[in-house]
Design a protein around this ligand. Sequence first.
Ligand code: 7TS
Length: 412
Amino acid sequence: MTEITREERQREDQAILQQFPILDGSFTYLDNGATTQKPQCVLDAMMHYYTKENANPMRGLYDLSIKATEAYEDARETVRAFINARAHEEIVFTRNATESLNLVAYTYGRAFIKEGDEIVITIMEHHSNMLPWQQLCKEKGAKLTYILPEADGTITEEMFRSYMNPNVKLVAMTQVSNVLGVKNDIKTFARIAHENGAVFVCDGAQSVPHMKVDVQELDCDFLSFSGHKIYGPMGIGVLYGKRDLLDKMPPFLFGGEMIEYVTTEGATWNELPHKFEAGTVNDGGAVGLAAALRFVSSIGFDRIEERELHLTKMMMTEMQKLPYVHILGSTDPEKHHGIVTFTVDGVHPHDIAAIFDSHKVDIRAGHHCAQPLMKFCHTPSTVRASMGLYNTEEDVQHFLDALKKLREEMGY
Ligand code: 7TS
């Protein structure tokens, strides 16, 4: 991580901020875990697609449809390179991380998980990486086991090993928790899962936007993420899957484009990845996502990680001085990956978010789609600030100013 001087940081802030038309200085956006703002290059790429290249891809033999197909397949190649997948066949476009995870549960899960098998997930999963496995286990008579981390969110190698047994056929785990910010050691856990004969599903929704994720290095079998959390548009997501696994999985949705040949009796399936992309695809979304990934690469994860850590340190250091503020998870900012979830004595999380809103600071209140984790942490709900690559020291200062005024405004 390259640290920079104060002047360099301010210049970098300005260079980044001026690329985001919505960030006009009238509000402070700290809800990047929910979704991110879009840079001009993403908006331009989508505008270009819809003004110059739009047609139904993969079907036409005319120039425009060929252009639309090329735009879509170029986007797939950009995603492949970004996560270092071996082949473009391993990149399936979906609507979002939720759909990617459901795809694996519906197809791999229903084909290969049997009665008596066990699936291991963690208590810190977003509902998107919990409910598909809950439903699958109910349907199949399989067992679902939850790894319980230490109080600060850590899952050690030893703990992980203790959950392995010959019945475990699948492990699904987030790389970064959307509540605690803690990062799981996917590379080690995937290796241990494989030694145990289980496949490993990694939810990258909160990691892919913030750190270099290399699927070959992690050696996970599947990886999911959403375009809208990485400065791309809503409605486009990615499922990476190892080719041999995708090959033997049945299709997810049935209809146009996913077939090879259809008779009145049945059908054969198109080659990868089209087997999993039924119907007209989201070409404009894929083009926008590719532009977003190029934008992120142009800044580089070295700078993104340094920027987000710098702000997390600044935020947590000041918060830790307030005895009535309690941060969930580790006390170490390095373990938060830009996510700071907290409670304030005597003030309901929804009141906190409403008061922050009156100060034009956008943060999130609630259970963050992780209710079992809330229960594990003995709190019904919390407030969360989450950083993006465009956040600045001024943003954190606005947040801290609002936090310090909070109890006063509530009459303490
Ligand atoms: N997995 C994790 C770890 C997430 O944080 C989210 C969304 C998802 C999956 C699902 O992503 P989607 O794009 O399919 O909805 N997390 C959040 C959040 O923390 N606040 O709003 C959405």
